[in-house]
Design a protein around this ligand. Structure first.
Ligand code: PLP
Length: 384
């Protein structure tokens, strides 16, 4: 039996291990010098006014919503094909969530559907306060087109770029926040780089950065002015949380960032090979616009019902039996039991639902090797 091949996994080097053990021998385990160093790596790379590290992308999404002033009964829109955290963050604030159906090719929010939905919402005076854009699988969204629609309506944009560290279009580098208020990355082990758990929020607005910093740590100000009553004094200005990353994680993140280009290259190489090796099977393969660079968090194949009678479940079970860690990304958020209780129904977002019926993520990560990829392809070919 072949060794289990996961759909994604962390890639940890001896250098990564050393960077973490060094922290254990140092004076700081939390809130030391490495967290700002890790943050600076991001604000320098993406030329933003700031970057704030969090203990997860979910925390970063939550605080981003709070920082943009999201309140009870405000409205947030996002994609139904994402991890539940993209929508949960709105609910944490007591806001209402709604979804914009995806484009059948990019698998990201469909721009035309968004435009129509905005037109209707404007007439009904039910515009969202925030739109959360997801760069699904690492395939970058054409943000300038979204911004053109939302800017005149004063809608804020958060990019959930959990999949998309390193992705870009000819007009836009994901992370630069040129067409958004805040961009979030995730450092969960299956993502582009890892800090075990962790996330980062970037912004070009200094007020937002200040707010993110404050709310990440209990709402307590580290401002020098707070010390005027005495050296012991600290000031709680708002109701914040403990959503901090620690020094061990920051050390790992700094070293992983040095390896980002290698990770991206590997993922892109394996993806290109899948494109070639799978092109004659009855599958719909990932679609990427010319000149767009994907970070390839996921490689999603879709069973093409026009070309085969085989169902997704058959293919999925066959692959799992062969010890290949296929997965499905994602069950549409609105079909989750919790979201159904909020009033969503099957049929609400038909393109997302059809995509879900067909989709399987096959293994793609930097620890994959040619032999494993060959085995995955051979196993798929056996099915059809
Ligand atoms: C992984 C992921 C998250 C959550 O990231 P955590 O760091 O695990 O909290 C949010 N959104 C998307 C799209 C993700 O893939």
């Amino acid at each position: 039996m072949n060794k289990h091949i996961p759909y994604s996994t962390q890639d940890i080097s001896e250098g990564d291990i050393k960077s973490v053990t060094n922290v254990l021998r140092s004076n700081f385990l939390t809130q030391g010098p490495l967290i700002p160093k890790f943050e600076n790596k991001f604000s320098k790379k993406f030329l933003t006014k700031g970057a704030v590290a969090f203990n997860s992308a979910t925390s970063a999404l939550h605080i981003s919503c709070v920082s943009l002033g999201l309140k009870k009964n405000d409205i947030v829109w996002t994609s139904p094909i994402s991890f539940v955290a993209s929508a949960n963050c709105a609910l944490y604030c007591g806001a209402k969530i709604d979804f914009v159906d995806i484009n059948n090719e990019t698998l990201n929010i469909d721009i035309t559907i968004l435009k129509n939905k905005l037109d209707i919402a404007k007439k009904r005076k039910k515009l969202p306060k925030i739109l959360i854009v997801v760069h699904f699988a690492g395939n970058p969204v054409e943000m300038e087109k979204i911004y053109k629609l939302t800017k005149p309506l004063n809608i804020k944009i958060i990019e959930d770029a959990s999949h998309a560290l390193g992705a870009y279009t000819p007009k836009y580098k994901v992370g630069s926040c040129l067409f958004s208020d805040i961009t979030i990355f995730s450092f969960h082990p299956v993502k582009m780089i890892t800090t075990a758990e962790g996330g980062m929020a970037l912004s070009n607005d200094k007020k937002i950065i200040k707010n993110l910093l404050l709310l990440r740590s209990h709402g307590i100000s580290r401002d020098i002015n707070a010390k005027k009553d005495g050296g012991w004094y600290y000031k709680q200005l708002d109701l914040g949380f403990n959503y901090r990353l620690n020094e061990l994680q920051a050390a790992l993140g700094i070293n992983q960032m040095k390896r980002l280009n290698y990770f991206l290259k590997k993922r892109n190489l394996f993806a290109k090979k899948y494109d070639k090796l799978l092109k004659d099977l009855p599958l719909i393969l990932p679609n990427k616009k010319l000149g767009h660079y994907s970070s390839y968090h996921l490689y999603v194949i879709r069973i093409d019902s026009k070309k085969t009678k085989k169902k997704r479940k058959e293919v999925f079970d066959f692959m799992r039996k062969a010890n290949i860690g296929v997965n499905v990304h994602y069950i549409p958020i609105h079909l989750q039991p919790y979201y159904k209780k909020l009033g969503f129904r099957k049929g609400d977002f038909p393109i997302a639902e059809k995509y879900y019926e067909e989709a399987i993520s096959i293994p793609l990560h930097s620890n994959l090797n040619d032999k494993q990829q060959g085995y995955i392809v051979k196993t798929l070919k056996k099915i059809f």
